[in-house]
Design a protein around this ligand. Structure first.
Ligand code: NAD
Length: 499
């Protein structure tokens, strides 16, 4: 096991600048209004860098730079763009440990996850879209003796991308890789809680892209995100964040009639049918492990399996074993590779989770485990930690219906297949779901009947680049990942040429 040194202390492999400005036209540019805000690590609750507080004027500058760069980048042959994306992937891979530690420090997530999942996935996403863009080459057909139809993909131009804080680098890469592959120039707005990880990434790859193709404006939602989504010169907004913010983004974008992709919140069910407990074997063990994944990334995952539905005849035994399994999860310093649950990303998020724990108690749900803030010793004492928490109740309670975005699972029993599906679908959201059964027929039917964009059967939380991801209902629309994403970042033109 390794404990990485905290940035700013001896032996750390991460070095931050004392201040990050906006990144526009290939260089760092101070914000027009000259304001900055503190960037705080949730690991200790202390500030570690300053970040520019952008405004509409900075957005205009970034769009100017992106517009200036977009035509040449859009006409760069796909093979050359693919080469750039592959080089970006190689660069991230070569600096994976440094980025993994930085992201853990800024977001509070365990470094074991950033090392094993977040950063390797980011590498693979760039490689995947490098290959995907090449697959579009060579589309033409002969119509009659004298006419040929050419099917063209053209980039949209300048696109705006607004991302959340829960997977800072991966959320950026899910958007950047297809947009850049398709030949667009980008203005990216990081979440105000986690901009430094984005700048470490940008610093690493900036020499690989023409200036202006990738621009970053830091700041707050209404001050930067809103003018970006309203900008008359952008051709698309791709947004990931809360459902309430998604509604606003759609309103802003409607002023200019530009397309939006909305990746929003969730309240995902994780369904355990009674046959999972037919034997005390590896499958049963895997299902128990699947239950504990509500605490992955401290529960700050849009597809967090935050509602566990357990069939009545195994309810007591399965839940008892799941509680014991959850009790064994190690919490503490995110920079320790032994830690499974780190810090919540911000003080606001900590407060929100604790308020939902209170709501659950007031609604009469039973706390089966946790239900409190965790206070660690030493430097971590000022950090934002919550004990993994298991509630028992029923699906009408607020803790079953509203997104908490913390290591909190709400557990209810169900009586048969129809009851399971009805309860699973009794939610405003439709992002993810888990189904656990040894019976292929049950599992497949449930996969079909659940209203969600992603259903994991006998596993949970895999996010390969080629698997389309996105929501039903108020979890949003549009998809990310999969080569279909290229269509979301391109216009299709047909040219009919007669000789
Ligand atoms: P958020 O909506 O508060 O913020 C997301 C981004 O939008 C940030 O960059 C923020 O500054 C910006 N923003 C806020 N208000 C804005 C406004 N009025 N106009 C323009 N931009 C604005 O979300 P968050 O708290 O950062 O992230 C957590 C949410 O993201 C959760 O609901 C989670 O489920 C969701 N999420 C969804 C997915 C997915 O793929 N579906 C993935 C990750 C996170």
């Amino acid at each position: 096991m390794t404990v990485y040194a905290a940035p700013g202390t001896a032996g750390s492999i991460v070095e931050y600048k004392s201040r990050y400005d906006n990144f526009i036209g290939g260089e760092y540019v101070p914000p027009v209004k000259g304001q900055y805000f503190e960037n705080i690590t949730p690991v200790t609750g202390r500030p570690f860098t300053e970040i520019s507080r952008g405004t509409a004027e900075d957005v205009e500058r970034a769009v100017d730079a992106a517009e200036g760069a977009s035509a040449a980048w859009g006409r760069t042959p796909p093979a050359d763009r693919a080469l750039v994306l592959n080089r970006i992937a190689d660069r991230i891979e070569a600096n994976l440990e440094q980025l993994a530690v930085a992201e853990s420090w800024e977001n509070g997530k365990p470094v074991r996850e950033t090392l094993a999942a977040d950063l390797p996935l980011a590498v693979d996403h760039f490689r995947y879209f490098a290959a995907a863009i090449r697959s579009q080459e060579g589309h033409s057909s002969q119509l009659d003796g004298d006419t040929v139809a050419y099917h063209f993909h053209e980039p949209l131009g300048v696109v705006g991308q607004i991302i959340p804080w829960n997977f800072p680098i991966l959320m950026a890469v899910w958007k950047l890789a297809p947009a850049l592959a398709a030949g667009n120039a980008v203005v990216l707005k990081p979440a105000e809680q986690t901009p430094a990880s984005i700048h470490l990434l940008v610093d690493l790859i900036t020499d690989l892209l023409p200036p202006g193709v990738l621009n970053v404006v830091n700041g707050f939602g209404v001050e930067v995100g809103k003018p970006l989504a309203q900008n008359k010169r952008i051709r698309k907004v791709a947004f990931t964040g809360e459902t309430t913010t998604g509604r606003l983004i759609m309103q802003y974008a409607s002023e200019n009639l530009i397309p939006v992709t909305l990746e929003l919140g969730g309240k995902s069910p994780n369904i355990f049918f009674s046959d999972v407990a037919a034997a005390d074997d590896a499958f049963y063990d895997k299902a128990l492990e699947g239950f504990t994944l509500f605490a992955l990334n401290s529960g700050e995952v849009c597809t967090c399996p935050s509602r566990a539905l357990i069939q009545s005849d195994i309810y007591d035994d399965f839940l008892g074993a799941a509680i014991e399994r959850t009790r064994r999860i190690t919490t503490g310093n995110p920079l320790d590779t032994a830690t499974q649950i780190g810090a919540q990303a911000s003080n606001d998020q900590l407060e929100k989770i604790l308020s939902y724990i209170d709501i659950g108690k007031q609604e009469g749900a039973r706390v089966a485990l946790g239900g409190e803030r965790l206070v660690h010793d030493g430097d971590l004492a000022g950090g934002y930690y919550v004990a993994p928490t298991i509630f028992e109740g029923h699906n009408k309670l607020r803790i079953f219906q509203e997104e908490i975005f913390g290591p909190v699972v709400s557990v209810a029993r169900f009586d048969g297949y129809d009851d399971a599906i009805k309860t699973a679908n009794d939610t405003l959201y439709g992002l993810g779901a888990g189904v656990w059964s040894r019976n292929g027929n049950t599992a497949y039917r449930a996969g079909r009947d659940i209203q969600a964009g992603r259903v994991w059967v006998n596993n949970y939380h895999a996010y390969p680049a080629h698997a389309a991801f996105g929501g039903y209902k108020q979890s949003g629309f549009g998809r990310e990942n999969h080569q279909m994403m290229l269509d979301h970042y391109q216009q299709t033109k047909n040219l009919l040429v007669s000789y």
